[in-house]
Ligand binder design. Structure first.
Ligand SMILES: [Zn+2]
Length: 352
């Protein structure tokens, strides 16, 4: 054991393909990582980056995309990538940026729910996307159209995915060739919010309306805009199943998704069998959609000890179990090649 740790430490930043843990599976690009370098009195983004790299080495992640989670207006814990773009720059060989979960998402929720977009907000959205393109971001996110609250300090956010702010962002995504990364619980037909969610946090509303029809309008609005629907495999409404994904993938060539594999969480019920292993029908659905999927662990690499930061190994380790069940060609696409294509990582010089 000690020997193996030493070996991992010694190869450090080298290609994850060389790691002993990844003999049967390809190197992984984790397209959905949260890195948090803030502490109560100070910040240390470089230390947070090194912590992320250490964990990436342990589980065979070659490269990661770091993004701020979707935040509401007035959020005390505000967090955006212009704060850490510079301290993370020395780690560019392993960490890329996705920006906007703080500033752009906050702006979406400053708008009126109905009616045209305020010209000042339109101008600010245009400006922010331009700034992030200039910072070298590979996408805009993490945005949300439907985000449940899991505790009273964790925000609830809901806005129709065809709101004019999202449509404007789709046009900006097309213009700058930056995909949008969208967190959205699937709601077909609308329903009363499950009691469990209401108990966890009273910020969750009593009723939630359908969002799939509006999501399809967003996808159709500008076919040059790539939309990455985050967290497939992690489903808090019980409605985001393989059938829905196959339907939407067939109708919308610009739709992609990242996979969040977190056995043990209630949101993973649909993908895990009673024995705790991944369900064969889920694995088959992933194999069939291999061109459209990427890995997005949603791991938090935080200096502050939070429950989310302790889940890192479980999130990333479970991903490897999925990849081992796929054909080598599908595993390679999902683990690595699709992320390179969708986020244009090679043409940006971020991966070899
Ligand atoms: Zn998310």
């Amino acid at each position: 054991m000690a020997m193996r740790h030493l070996a991992i430490a010694a190869i450090g930043w080298l290609s994850a393909a060389a790691l002993p843990t990844s003999a049967q599976t390809p190197p992984i690009i984790d397209t959905h990582m949260h890195v948090d370098g803030r502490l109560a009195r100070e910040t240390d983004w470089a230390r947070a980056a090194r912590l992320a790299l250490e964990r990436m080495d342990q589980v065979g992640i070659a490269f990661g995309l770091v993004l701020p989670p979707p935040q509401p207006p007035g959020f005390a814990d505000f967090w955006e990538c212009d704060e850490y773009a510079r301290p993370l720059a020395p780690y560019r060989a392993r960490l890329g940026l996705i920006c906007g979960g703080g500033s752009i998402n906050r702006l979406i929720y400053r708008t009126e729910e109905d009616g045209p977009l305020d010209p000042a907000i339109t101008a600010r959205l245009d400006e922010l996307v331009g700034v992030y393109a200039g910072l070298g971001a590979v996408a805009i996110g993490e945005l949300t159209a439907q985000h449940f609250s899991f505790e009273p300090r964790h925000p609830y956010l809901g806005r129709s995915p065809d709101h004019p702010a999202f449509l404007r962002l789709a046009d900006l995504a097309a213009r700058h060739r930056l995909p949008l990364v969208l967190h959205m619980e699937a709601v077909r037909g609308g329903f009363a919010t499950p009691q469990g969610l209401r108990r966890l946090s009273n910020l969750n509303p009593e009723r939630i309306g359908d969002n799939l029809a509006a999501f399809e309008r967003l996808l159709a609005h500008n076919r040059e805009a790539t939309i990455v629907w985050a967290h497939y495999g992690w489903d808090n409404t019980g409605q985001r199943d393989a059938g829905l994904m196959a339907e939407l993938f067939a109708r919308h060539p610009n739709l992609m998704a990242d996979l969040k594999i977190q056995p043990g969480s209630p949101a993973a019920r649909a993908i895990v069998d009673p024995g705790g292993g991944l369900r064969a029908d889920f694995v088959a659905a992933v194999e069939a959609m291999a061109e459209r999927l990427m890995i997005g662990s949603d791991a938090f690499h935080a200096l502050r000890d939070t429950p989310a930061s302790r889940q890192t190994e479980r999130l990333t380790g479970a991903t490897r179990l999925l990849l081992e069940r796929l054909s080598p060609a599908a595993a390679r696409q999902i683990a690595y090649d699709n992320a390179v294509r969708i986020y244009r990582l090679r043409e940006r010089g971020l991966v070899p």
